[in-house]
Design a binder for this molecule. Structure first.
Ligand SMILES: [Zn+2]
Length: 136
């Protein structure tokens, strides 16, 4: 179990979930270069433990940015809901840049999580996730 900070809230992440994130980053690096990539963190409703890590579908990556489009955010929300989990946050790599937390990261976190909640309240489950990762 590892400790992480999410919007100034301390969460714990399972070793398996961290392994998935590290594997996603290595796969993106291997196949499309040292670009950023991102995904979502989920866990049991009300829990402070992240036990599910997803690679976000529909993301556009560069060596210094990752953008997850609305379709990707919503598809991830559906996947999280399908597993009976609750979105806890999102993760992203920094390509070859060092680890740091920016105000952009805070803004993106609030935006993405609110999109997931709004979508699920409005539409419910909409089916399967189609993945695409574009490099610009
Ligand atoms: Zn960042």
């Amino acid at each position: 179990m590892w400790n992480i900070m999410m919007n100034k809230r301390k969460l714990k992440i399972t070793t398996e979930s961290l392994w998935y994130i590290q594997t996603y980053i290595r796969l993106v690096h291997k196949h499309i270069g040292p670009n950023e990539c991102g995904g979502f963190l989920a866990g049991e409703p009300g829990s402070d433990i992240v036990d599910m890590a997803l690679l976000a579908p529909h993301q556009t990556v560069t060596p210094s940015s990752v953008t997850i489009d609305a379709q990707g955010v919503l598809a991830a929300g559906r996947e999280i809901q399908k597993h009976g989990k609750q979105a806890k946050g999102w993760w992203h790599s920094h390509g070859q840049l060092p680890v740091f937390h920016s105000s952009t990261d805070d803004t993106n976190t609030e935006h993405i999580l609110s999109q997931i909640e709004l979508y699920l309240k409005t539409f419910g489950d909409m089916g399967q996730i189609q993945f695409s990762i574009k490099h610009t």
